[in-house]
Ligand binder design. Structure first.
Ligand SMILES: [Zn+2]
Length: 353
């Protein structure tokens, strides 16, 4: 554990998560106007000073201007990396703490579209919603709706049956929460930060063969009324730790597969700390990296063949949504008898990108 934390620290010292040096040049007026017109979080500390000059690059369309200005106003300026401009993700990195930006944004001139991708797998719609935008703002121009013409590349398709189903279920979760009057505790206000961020521990994500795939590092920053937690990710390339997300594999995967082979019940919880608690209590448990909202069907595939999966919801709105999403993605077909030794597992596909 110490070795990879050292590595993460080393990489940090090399500057991969350093200051806000490469600035997405945006008008401060534009950013301010967006801050005022949308209900958004205050800009990242230091962001305002970095928002200098005005650059309307004609090669980047209206969608790019809109999305990057909204993200800059909400989360602070982005940084250019190879194909992407990286921002802090407004869904899972909006706690005001230090993170390695996970949200990639790039403009595709062929489609007249700005692509928004959280490499920790947050939903595009959620990401845009947090900065006061909608999915259709990803296009420079709305596709014309002529039912007699087939949809062309770059045009937005009508939602598929699966997408409609997904939307219906998600809103059902909210309805269920409200009808059942499930308690939604509000997060305590911790006040201002009063000290530097420290590493608390690292959670190592292993491949089926036990090899290291990635690490989630837990940080804490002392505030006036308690410590605030935050998380960053790194991917093990085989020689070094890179500050990116990693393959969507469940936490404690080798132990999970062992448990499935022997027909154990599997608990899916929301964070690594809870997995640790469940494992200490003799249970088999797993979760995904980066908390609620980051579970994907890719994670669920590893649970195909499990005898019984118990999804544990954290007692807050994101927690209930998360649990519903986990449950939705699980394979509900009748499982094979416990004496059947073969567990079908997906092939390890490697890290994203
Ligand atoms: Zn995200």
């Amino acid at each position: 554990m110490d070795r990879f934390l050292d590595n993460v620290e080393h990489n940090r010292a090399q500057g991969w998560d350093g200051g806000l040096d490469e600035v997405q040049r945006r008008s401060l007026h534009q950013a301010k106007a967006l801050t005022e017109s949308h209900r958004v979080r205050p800009p990242h500390p230091g962001a305002a000073g970095a928002l200098i000059g005005m650059n309307h690059d004609p090669a980047q369309g209206r969608s790019w201007q809109l999305i990057t200005a909204a993200l800059t106003a909400t989360m602070g300026p982005g940084r250019d990396r190879a194909r992407w401009t990286m921002f802090l993700c407004p869904v899972h990195e909006a706690d005001g703490q230090h993170h390695n930006p996970s949200l990639g944004v790039r403009y595709d001139p062929a489609q007249g579209k700005t692509i928004v991708r959280c490499f920790a797998h947050c939903d595009d719609e959620d990401v845009l919603d947090r900065v006061g935008l909608r999915v259709r703002d990803m296009w420079d121009r709305l596709p014309e709706r002529n039912p007699n013409q087939p949809y062309q590349r770059g045009q937005r398709r009508p939602p598929s049956r699966a997408q409609q189903e997904q939307q219906r279920r998600v809103s059902l979760v909210d309805k269920a929460i409200d009808y059942a009057r499930l308690p939604i505790p509000s997060k305590p206000d911790l006040g201002d930060a009063i000290g530097p961020t420290e590493n608390v521990c690292g959670y190592l994500y292993r491949r089926p063969d036990g090899g290291e795939e990635g690490v989630v590092v837990r940080h804490k920053t002392p505030h006036e009324h308690g410590d605030k937690k935050s998380f960053t990710q790194a991917h093990w390339t085989g020689t070094s730790w890179e500050p990116t997300g990693f393959a969507p594999i469940p936490y404690r995967l080798p132990e999970l597969l062992d448990g499935m082979q022997t027909g154990r019940e599997i608990y899916v919880v929301e964070g690594e700390k809870d997995v640790g608690r469940a494992m200490d209590a003799g249970q088999v448990a797993t979760c995904n990296a980066m908390g609620a909202g980051s579970w994907t069907p890719e994670h669920a595939k590893w649970l195909h063949g499990a005898g019984r999966v118990i999804v544990v919801a954290d007692r807050d709105r994101p927690g209930y949504h998360h649990a519903a999403k986990v449950a939705e993605t699980l394979d509900r077909r009748p499982h094979r008898p416990a004496n059947h030794p073969a567990v079908s597992t997906p092939r390890y596909e490697g890290p994203p990108q």
